[in-house]
Design a protein around this ligand. Structure first.
Ligand code: HEM
Length: 412
């Protein structure tokens, strides 16, 4: 395999971006990438600092118009997509972000998430039991995907019969988040956003009139000092929770098992610890550190972008207002300045300040839930399928930003 430069559209690069990252961190930690017009930021210290720096934002529309920022306005046909996306907290900045995050956090508390653990354990157990009875299959489609989709759909109160709709809508919307999406992907994302929003509008109206104990009903009622979510904000929040609530978790599960298979001594270490453990999975320290290491070593979300709202200097390079930076999470997570022996996959790594959940005001709201799901699903498989093995080398899906395996064929 020859030297592949930073090339997010190249399957060879997507399969292993880490060698290129090593060179970027060493030789060009801040470099302009012509094909997307973005500044690539490769070092952990810079990525971490920029995520927390209020001179940058996920949006610029609270301080400038598209024209003032030297950008072409989005074409009219994309309006339904942006209307949904910008009504969620991830694509807005303070003061709107502060308001939305505060309201949603009232319904989505770490305590509420922890109370879900028994239910998550039951769903994981049932999925894994079926998988083992069948002798294995595609771990992504049969375990990794259905677990977080079921959990978030149950939380939000999406009826079981409607759940098959969620995954395709989410995947189509996510197509817009890859770099330079083509016209087909853009139209598909817009249509999915429209359909998804329509579905959630009906669901939230039904819950407003007839509340249950689900998150949609709760979100429709949360009030903070007289403030509440508008209907668009409620819809945008539910779309965000449903999408963010499973896409990355699926990929950590798939990438994580693939990391374990590629590092058999580490897999053995985890299996031995699981076999010897009498308690519940949340009391096994090696499982907790293993999940964090999987998120670091093969990062599920490789890049996040920010707009430069006021000029900043990064690693001696001046980046002007109106520019866009691409923060390379996968590179930051392998930075030798922060991680000892960073290319080594070590399930017992305790000093692990990985950046996979982000940092600063947009730090992942669902991190506690993601951790519960991952610990429970790895535990269920380690316990019920101690002989789990690969039957064929898996292949990577086309996504670079949302990076995961197409399938993971295994036998038990
Ligand atoms: C392992 C799985 C997950 C990973 C790696 C992940 C990663 C991230 C990252 C990196 C961000 C920040 C993006 C940025 O700064 O531009 C984020 C934000 C967010 N995540 Fe997650 N996430 C995961 C699971 C979840 C789950 C399960 C949920 C909810 C059920 C969730 C809900 C959110 C929300 C609502 C935000 C927006 C927060 C804000 O803008 O203030 N995530 N996530």
């Amino acid at each position: 395999m020859g030297f592949v430069r930073f090339d997010p559209w190249n399957p060879e690069f997507v399969a292993n971006p880490y060698d290129v990252y090593t060179e970027l961190r060493r030789d060009r930690p801040v470099s302009f990438f012509e094909p997307t017009g973005q500044w690539l930021i490769a070092r952990h210290a810079d990525v971490n600092a920029l995520l927390r720096d209020r001179r940058l934002g996920r949006s610029y529309l609270h301080v400038a118009t598209h024209e003032e920022f030297g950008r072409t306005p989005e074409p009219d046909f994309q309006e339904p997509f942006w209307r949904v996306v910008r009504a969620g907290m991830l694509d807005v900045e303070p003061p709107v972000h502060t308001r939305l995050r505060r309201l949603v956090s009232k319904a989505f508390t770490p305590r509420m998430v922890e109370s879900l653990r028994p239910r998550v354990r039951k769903i994981a157990g049932e999925l894994v039991d079926g998988f083992v009875e069948r002798g294995g299959g595609d771990l992504i489609a049969e375990v990794a995907e259905p677990l977080p989709v079921t959990v978030i759909a149950e939380m939000l109160g999406v009826p079981e019969t409607d759940r098959p709709l969620l995954r395709p809508w989410s995947a189509d919307i996510c197509g817009m988040y890859e770099l330079n999406p083509g016209p087909q992907a853009q139209h598909t994302a817009v249509r999915a956003a429209e359909e998804f929003a329509g579905y959630l509008r009906d669901l939230s109206r039904a819950r407003r009139d007839n509340p249950g104990d689900d998150l949609v009903s709760l979100l429709a009622q949360v009030v903070d000092e007289g403030d509440r979510l508008t209907e668009d904000e409620l819809i945008g929040t539910c779309v965000l929770l449903l999408n963010a609530g499973h896409e990355a978790t699926v990929n950590v599960t798939g990438n994580g098992w693939w990391s374990l298979f590629r590092n058999p001594a580490e897999l053995d270490r985890l299996r031995t610890a699981a076999a010897a453990h009498d308690g519940t999975p949340d009391t096994l320290p090696l499982l907790a550190t293993a999940v964090e290491e999987m998120m670091r070593w093969d990062t599920p979300l490789q890049m996040f972008e920010r707009w430069v709202l006021e000029p900043v200097t990064v690693g001696g390079v001046e980046i002007p207002r109106g520019a866009e930076v691409a923060l390379l999470f996968g590179s930051a997570n392998r930075d030798p300045e922060v991680f000892e022996d960073p290319d080594r996959f070590d399930v017992g790594r305790t000093d692990n300040p990985h950046i996979s959940f982000g940092a600063g005001i947009h730090f992942c709201l669902g991190a506690p839930l993601a951790r519960v799901e991952l610990v429970e699903s790895f535990w269920a498989l380690l316990k019920a399928a101690p002989g789990l093995e690969l039957t064929r080398e898996p292949s990577w899906g086309p996504g670079y930003i949302i990076r995961g395996l197409e399938s993971l064929p295994v036998s038990v």
